[in-house]
Design a protein around this ligand. Structure first.
Ligand code: GLC
Length: 725
């Protein structure tokens, strides 16, 4: 494996995203979009602050504080804080909400994302003292906002907060609200007069909620103000009370983050922990519909599940509230044609509604299009549960949709076209978060690059040096190795997710056994490898186990880069020879090529290991060699008799992951550094493109590459050296 180069490819988009936020910044908060949403919105500010946390801590803090200035005395954090200077363009405004005391806010709340945002601000802060005092100010306010939900929105102490208006869900016109809204009996003639303003901004009416639904929204607001926002009376009288999956999942995640904040501040977090346990339990038990294998919202008025097929069902992954078994079932549904399967090729992920079910509408707001905040939350959830490939796909679409189609409010899941408002703040903010977190090396400052420290190995470490098992039947060494690896693989390698549980492996009897077996390699006669297929499989497997062995043996905790020259300084003894990962890769498998940017071939003049050089390089090896980092391929065991199919699969998976992003509208392709380091192995730049075409899913992007190879600009992605654990 070769070293490290900084990516600059996304810089321009970072700048554009920052400009978008700048243009929407008012001096104390950020408008969700320039015209359609001129005030401060509750959960928008949470997402926006997460974007700022990467480069403007002060502004991130200010964003949150400005919102909390409007917190109600009962702890409720309002959905909208109105800007007195921008009134007149939105409905309903304060004159309609009629808040007791005449405050400039709406009278409902939104998914409580703010503890999550505050923790992020603290974690990424450059001024840590300031961030700590920010947390100290925020903690009681955050606790009060959660306590409000548990005291006023959960009178029966179920562990779940209800929402009393669809707008509280954040997914205003989701089909989930159709049934409870339609079951409301309302006298339309008694409705107060009102004028919709959301249709005055050039957004087609078919992308917005219907008039009938608007009447029902207004009915509810009117009911709240008639009861002067008394929660007890509203609970008794409201025809709309729903325990929503997304709302409670965000609460679940925020409880965890709030308790983390409490820990940082050395506060008593007993109450918060209780909320965390209760909501996790309640989500798992009460909102899980066993028959449908989904999470469903529960209508407290009708006392029934609301059966819909929306993306909200997956949100307990973000809340870390789904059990492992539930997560498996969610994943099956999420990674299917219903929500754009991996490698499906004709769609983007993840639409807000099941594309195979009635009710899916690719252009209508929360009834089908992709929203960036949903992708962001879901990719975090999937990552936490270890679904690496899908996380990747979701992040890839999160990055490419705004870059290709603009910073829109939402996107068509089939064509990618952007809809709703342009210059939408959270789209920009979450792109910044993604780029900073995933494609740039920023986070590494906490790992090998800074605090973690770098350890130098004095000399090459031979990992099978001790005298162990002597094998009389030398012919069986390879198969013994394979069996040893098999045990490790079954227990500690997650083949679907491409992750390795190094920690548990280190302490396991299987690993002890493996260490013993690997000593037999010392007597292995490499002449037993006869065919090219046998050689390819043997050397790839050997490389992979040697790297895993090295990571465990050297106690690497965050990145292989903790040990400089890791790939050169660990080795196995095979017969009379030593082989490091670099020897195997550049010497044997790459036909004794120079390492990228190196001057000399790996095996010099009289090196007797030259006899093991494979004569022709198969570039697919680069997707089979596992370097113990997130940007390299997931680990697999290779078999001589299936080697070419397996290599094909490895290449196909890698090339359709977020390591290759084609942007037809920009004449641009972003590629993993692997294609730069090993361009020669692919037969030069043209060879790289041809190779890509061989494996890319067929869609407009691959067709674009095919037709515009000569004009497409290539930029390279940051290589993520963090450990694949
Ligand atoms: C829409 C969205 C909501 C968002 C608001 C401001 O109402 O449904 O989630 O907070 O716009 O962006």
């Amino acid at each position: 494996m070769f070293g490290y180069r900084r990516n600059t490819g996304f810089r321009r988009y970072l700048r554009l995203a920052k400009n978008t936020l700048n243009n929407n910044w008012t001096g104390s908060y950020t408008k969700p979009s320039p015209r359609l949403y001129p005030h401060q919105w509750n959960w928008d500010s949470g997402f926006i602050a997460i974007g700022y946390s990467h480069y403007d801590q002060r502004r991130a803090q200010k964003e949150i504080m400005s919102l909390f200035k409007a917190q109600w005395p009962n702890g409720m954090l309002p959905q909208i804080v109105f800007n007195a200077r921008a009134l007149g363009n939105y409905f309903p405004e304060p004159d309609f909400w009629q808040i007791p005391g005449g405050g400039l806010t709406s009278g409902i709340t939104m998914p409580p994302l703010h503890a999550t945002a505050c923790l992020r601000i603290y974690q990424y802060a450059r001024q840590s003292d300031e961030a700590r005092s920010f947390l100290t100010t925020m903690y009681p306010k955050l606790v009060a906002s959660h306590r409000y939900l548990y005291q006023s929105r959960d009178p029966k102490k179920t562990g779940l907060a209800y929402i009393r208006h669809p707008w509280e869900s954040g997914l205003d016109n989701s089909p989930t609200w159709d049934s409870p809204l339609e079951k409301m009996r309302i006298d339309k003639k008694a409705l107060p007069p009102y004028e919709r303003k959301d249709l005055n901004h050039g957004i087609p009416a078919e992308q917005r909620p219907s008039d009938d639904h608007y009447d029902r929204y207004v009915y509810l607001v009117d009911l709240f103000r008639r009861y002067r926002y008394d929660e007890g009376s509203i609970y008794r009288e409201s025809p709309f009370l729903v325990q929503d999956v997304l709302f409670n999942s965000v609460l679940s995640r925020a409880n965890r983050d709030l308790s983390e904040i409490g820990k940082i501040l050395k506060m008593d977090t007993g109450e918060v922990k209780e909320w965390t346990t209760e909501t996790t339990r309640a989500l798992r038990q009460n909102l899980w519909c066993e028959n449908c294998s989904h999470f469903e919202a529960f209508d407290l008025v009708q006392e029934e599940f609301i059966h819909t097929s929306t993306v909200a069902t997956f949100m307990p992954l973000f809340g870390r509230a789904a059990s492992t078994a539930q997560a498996e079932r969610l994943y099956e549904y999420l990674n299917s044609i219903a929500f754009c399967e991996l490698h499906q090729g004709n769609c983007f992920t993840v639409p807000t509604h099941d594309m195979t079910q009635k009710g899916y509408d690719p252009q209508n707001y929360w009834r089908g299009p992709i929203w960036i905040n949903i992708n962001w939350m879901l990719s975090q959830g999937l990552q936490a549960y270890g679904y690496r490939e899908k996380t990747d796909a979701m992040k890839k679409d999160l990055a490419q949709l705004p870059i290709r189609f603009g910073f829109h409010e939402y996107f068509d899941s089939q064509t990618g076209e952007g809809y709703g408002s342009d210059n939408f703040s959270w789209t920009a903010a979450l792109l910044i978060d993604l780029i900073s977190d995933y494609y740039e090396e920023d986070r590494n400052r906490f790992g090998w690059f800074g605090l973690g420290g770098v350890r130098r190995l004095k000399r090459c470490r031979i990992l099978n040096a001790i005298d162990g098992v002597r094998s009389d039947t030398m012919a069986d060494v390879a198969s013994a190795l394979k069996a040893g690896l098999g045990d490790l693989k079954d227990k500690f390698f997650d083949m679907n997710r491409g992750l390795v549980d190094y920690e548990s492996m280190k302490r396991s009897p299987e690993y002890a056994e493996y260490q013993k077996r690997v000593t037999q390699l010392k007597q292995f006669d490499l002449a037993q490898l006869v065919t090219r297929e046998q050689k390819l499989a043997f050397w790839i497997n050997l490389y992979n186990v040697l790297v895993v062995h090295g990571i465990v043996d050297l106690g690497i905790s965050a990145s292989v880069r903790e040990v400089p020259d890791f790939f050169r300084n660990i080795s196995y003894q095979i017969g009379e020879f030593l082989f490091s990962p670099d020897d195997i890769e550049h010497g044997v498998l790459r036909g004794n090529a120079r390492p990228p940017y190196g001057i000399f071939s790996r095996f010099r003049g009289g090196d007797r290991r030259r006899q093991f050089i494979l004569d022709e390089v198969d570039p697919r090896i680069h997707f089979a060699l596992v370097c113990g980092s997130r940007s390299c391929a997931p680990i697999r065991f290779y078999k001589a008799d299936h080697i070419y199919d397996q290599l094909d699969l490895a290449a196909r998976n890698f090339i359709n992951s977020s390591e290759v992003i084609i942007l037809p509208e920009k004449d641009k392709i972003f590629l993993s550094q692997i294609f730069r380091w090993y361009e020669r192995d692919f037969g030069g730049k043209k060879g790289v493109f041809q190779f890509l075409l061989r494996y890319l899913d067929r869609d407009e992007r691959s067709r674009f590459l095919e037709n515009h190879m000569d004009r497409i600009i290539t930029e390279y992605l940051f290589y993520d050296w963090n450990l694949n654990h």
